[in-house]
Design a protein around this ligand. Structure first.
Ligand code: CDP
Ligand code: CDP
Length: 210
């Protein structure tokens, strides 16, 4: 029987990964960041000097292995651990243009859907509840003001063009960032992390998940 899936979508720095990790820990589900899959390919494309136009040819030769580890899953691209490179500035600037390429999305989606065969999941991203796993009954959309999201990233010391990624992610033709049908929307601007985790768990409880 396929596992249960909690889908958490939203723009950059809305709190998706921290909240998803917390919810997964509390429920004993596996935490999966779909953004890591796009970032692993973005790191490889930057390494190989590949433009988004060349990506459809390049992606077919790539081997992306998914391994379970203490923090959820880790990714090996062509046998090399991608994890240390996921937050690098070159990866961050490449990721949204690459994620707009339909064949790249197909490659990621196939790997994400395969994970549901073996695990109960909390999976976060931009299109989990709308495109990747739209049949799950448990969907959330986290948001926060652009100023608050930029402040959160700056506090992490990350070099990241949050506003530019938002623009690209929301305007692309394939699977743009959108509020999935049936998703519960939570504005996290004035909530701390624990407050959001509690809000999500409370709704899941009300919906009969636990
Ligand atoms: O953590 P943050 O929200 O900043 O980004 P991320 O989740 O690591 O995603 C990095 C980029 O991958 C996003 O800006 C999107 O361009 C892309 N992405 C996507 O297109 N679809 C997803 N389901 C997840 C990420
Ligand atoms: O995954 P996403 O890019 O949506 O966001 P994140 O990486 O989970 O969160 C970005 C930063 O905001 C982290 O340092 C979180 O601890 C922080 N955060 C916060 O201050 N308040 C929240 N309600 C959620 C996240």
């Amino acid at each position: 029987m396929p596992g249960r899936v909690i889908a958490i979508d939203g723009p950059a720095a809305s709190g998706k990964s921290s909240v998803s990790r917390g919810v997964a820990e509390r429920l004993g589900f596996l935490f999966v960041s779909s953004g890591h899959f796009y970032r692993a390919f973005a790191w490889g494309a930057a390494r190989d000097g590949i433009s988004p136009e060349q990506a459809p040819f390049w992606i077919t030769g790539r081997k992306l292995e998914v391994r379970r580890d203490a923090s959820g899953v880790s990714l090996l691209l062509d046998g090399e651990n991608a994890t240390p490179h996921l937050s690098e500035a070159t990866t961050a600037s490449m990721v949204s243009p690459l994620a707009a390429v339909p064949s790249v999305r197909d490659a990621v989606n196939a790997r994400l859907r395969a994970l549901t065969a073996e695990h109960d999941l909390v999976m976060e991203g931009r299109d989990i509840g709308s495109v990747v796993l739209p049949d799950t009954p448990w969907k959330f959309y986290l948001d926060a003001s652009p100023e608050e999201r930029a402040r959160r990233r700056a506090k992490e010391g990350a070099v990241d063009s949050v506003a530019e990624r938002d623009r690209l992610d929301s305007t692309r033709a394939t699977a743009p960032l959108t509020i999935p049908e049936g998703a519960i929307v939570i504005d996290t601007t004035h909530l701390d992390l624990e407050g959001v985790i509690e809000a999500v768990l409370g709704r899941l409880n009300a919906e009969g998940l636990r």
